[in-house]
Ligand binder design. Structure first.
Ligand code: ADP
Length: 367
């Protein structure tokens, strides 16, 4: 009887619970035992009551709940080998041989490292007398399957990540609210949105709300005098009769010299050069909270089912997969490759090769 565990790790994202529910129920449906590891990798390191067997009813109400009910954490211990040794021992002692990790690229990097180290972790545990030869032999291979839970949509190799669309809806609702007051008072608003070093949320929210100007890390403003060009553009919109101005700034926005572009700087610019009554709104954590939208519930459900299918198909010679979505289909992509490509975006930005950064992102960036 296979024993499959799921954990959620890194930043919470709406839809993570739906993924946990789908993994638990599909595992049970397929005749396996399902486990939830609480508090991300911390639960793996601590073991004991943090690794709990799940029944069909254990995930009742999960489909529509925001955040992650089984908890998430940033776990320092798992970054070090002694922490991963404890995690390996806890999994073997529970008899778990497959782990589904739902998290961002950091969490999936950790998962891949854990899988790669698995044989050496087991032999070290045997030499320490923590495991018997037989236990190590029975658990010689650890199956890892990744699910990408991230509001930022910052993972390469997949068109969309669990939580990003819900977050986009939240941002759009907020900007719609701001727009009413902006139009009424003929004001300008600079709105900072999440996304870390990925501009997807800012870009998509900008298109969906008809923003006047958008700042994303992958495509910094062009030209030395971009501030003047931006002001002229906004003035042109005003001259056409627009009574509101909305500028969206991704939290990781930069200029072409890799210097941060902040919402505060843009407020000062619009106030000083265009004499607009300009306010700043940093949306913050309202963006990531609340009930997942239908798309994220369904994405997480379909991907959770596929994660269990992938566990049941796994063989030691098949590389660990991440469950992705490509051109509207649920797919499996190579976890190592996806993590590597995601890292390439940051590297491309670091060497100011912004076109390469755009090419590595979701295809939507290049439309
Ligand atoms: P996200 O998964 O949202 O990108 P983090 O980067 O904070 O979030 O990663 C979440 C957790 O994954 C970390 O707290 C740590 O426990 C684990 N992790 C991240 N990177 C590594 C790594 N290189 N090696 C081992 N564990 C890692």
């Amino acid at each position: 009887r296979r024993k499959i565990a799921i954990l959620t790790s890194g930043g919470d994202a709406p839809g993570m619970n739906a993924a946990v529910r789908a993994v638990v129920r599909t595992a049970i449906f397929r005749g396996c035992d399902a486990y939830a590891v609480h508090e991300g990798y911390q639960g793996l390191v601590d073991g004991g009551d943090m690794i709990r067997k799940m029944k069909w009813d254990s995930v009742q109400g999960y489909l529509t709940a925001g955040g992650t009910v089984i908890g998430t954490a940033r776990c320092k211990a798992f970054r070090e080998r002694p922490g991963r040794l404890k995690a390996a021992k806890n999994l073997v002692k529970e008899g778990i041989d497959a782990l589904v990790v739902c998290g961002g690229d950091g969490s999936l990097t950790g998962a891949d490292l854990f899988r790669a180290e698995w044989p050496s972790l087991l032999s070290e545990l045997v030499s320490q007398g923590e495991l018997t030869e037989q236990e190590a032999k029975d658990h010689a291979h650890l199956n890892i399957v990744g699910l990408v839970g991230s509001i930022d949509n910052d993972m390469s190799s997949t068109d969309i990540t669990i939580g990003a669309v819900t977050c986009l809806h939240r941002i759009c609702e907020s900007i719609d609210s701001i727009s009413s007051t902006a139009s009424s008072h003929s004001r300008a608003f600079v709105v900072e949105v999440m996304g870390r070093h990925c501009g997807w949320l800012a870009l998509m929210a900008g298109i969906a709300t008809g923003a006047d100007f958008i700042f994303i890390p992958e495509r910094p403003p062009q030209g030395e005098d971009w501030r003047e060009s931006m002001c002229q553009e906004i003035k042109r919109h005003r001259d056409l009769g627009k009574r509101k101005t909305i500028v969206i700034v991704c939290e990781g926005a930069i200029d072409s010299n890799l210097q941060p572009v902040t919402a505060k700087d843009m407020v000062d610019l619009l106030t000083e050069r265009l004499h607009l009554d300009t306010r700043m709104t940093i949306l913050g954590h309202v963006q990531r909270g609340g009930t997942p939208c239908a798309f994220d519930r369904n994405l997480a459900t379909m991907q959770g089912v596929e994660a269990v299918n992938a566990v049941l198909d796994s063989r030691p010679d098949i590389p660990s997969p991440v469950i992705a979505m490509n051109e509207n289909k649920i797919t499996r992509v190579d976890l190592v490759e996806a993590v590597k490509l995601t890292g390439e975006v940051a590297k491309a930005i670091g060497r100011k090769d912004f076109q390469a950064a755009m090419d590595l992102r979701d295809p939507a960036f290049n439309h």
